[in-house]
Design a protein around this ligand. Structure first.
Ligand code: HEM
Length: 242
């Protein structure tokens, strides 16, 4: 083989890797793992609402003041989401094209509901994140939050924004449904991720699947504890005001 041929071959390896089905799976597993890590870190941040207004607002203020780090983090997140969706849609499309009609019933019996609906739950989660950014980050859907007076420490009142948001049962309902679908998506993601990254063998796979699902549903319960606590009045506006 000529040197030129070897060079061409080596240069093509990353491109070929991302277009093979195992390459796609590895990329989806890695980006999925990083996005799941974000979901957990974001959850831990949000749960500070139970400590109180000052704590949540100080935390939100710290994140906002990270400057260039915040933007690098956002760019990374966007890149991971982009790769995850791109590879997911292509995998779904290729599976759809290559599946012989006669085997559909058999495949369906083998696959779980979560695995068969990954593309749909994934697309709903993306739509939710777009809504969520318009709601709490860009403050487009409820512009009244932008004029909230700062808290006693002079920080933007993220606590009040979240409480006002979830006092609306329709908004709280949208979040609860989206987080249910996120957990459902994660139940299959975790077991498929272990398989792709070779972290399983026949002896442990059932245990890994069980703990993966357990973590997904714990994430769901922890997230929905926030809108539920607002709806039932456990987390409320300071002084109970409107
Ligand atoms: C109870 C549920 C949730 C609450 C109360 C909540 C709260 C918030 C708040 C207050 C912000 C704005 C932070 C700021 O700009 O200072 C935010 C940003 C964000 N949230 Fe959530 N969130 C929830 C669930 C989720 C979920 C389930 C996801 C992902 C699937 C998510 C993804 C994001 C993203 C990507 C941002 C933008 C981060 C950035 O500005 O860099 N959130 N969230």
């Amino acid at each position: 083989m000529s040197t030129v041929g070897t060079k061409e071959l080596t240069a093509n390896v990353p491109a070929q890797f991302t277009t093979t089905s195992i390459g796609r799976k590895v990329l989806m597993a890695i980006t999925g793992l990083l996005l799941s890590a974000f979901v957990v870190v974001h959850l831990v941040g949000n749960l500070q609402i139970f400590i109180g207004q000052t704590q949540l607002n100080a935390y939100a203020h710290t994140l906002q003041s990270l400057g260039v780090i915040k933007w690098l983090f956002r760019l990374g997140l966007l890149l991971f989401v982009g790769i995850h969706i791109w590879e997911g849609v292509i995998t779904w499309w290729q599976n759809k094209q290559s599946r012989p009609v006669g085997y559909i019933k058999e495949d369906t019996i083998q696959a779980t509901l979560a695995s068969r609906t990954m593309i749909y739950t994934g697309l709903v989660i993306v739509s939710f994140v777009v809504y969520h950014l318009l709601h709490f980050t860009l403050i487009v859907t409820n512009p009244q939050y932008a004029t909230l007076p700062p808290d006693a420490a002079g920080n933007f009142d993220a606590y009040k924004m979240v409480v006002l948001g979830f006092r609306n049962p329709i908004i709280a309902g949208v979040y609860i449904v989206a987080m249910f679908l996120l957990a459902f998506h994660l139940t299959h993601s975790f077991s498929s991720m272990f398989q792709t990254l070779g972290l399983n063998n026949n002896r442990y796979i059932d245990k890994l699947k069980f703990y993966g699902s357990l973590v997904a549903w714990l994430i769901f319960l922890a997230y929905i504890s926030i809108p539920v606590a607002v709806l039932v009045g456990i987390v409320k506006l300071p002084g109970g005001g409107a």
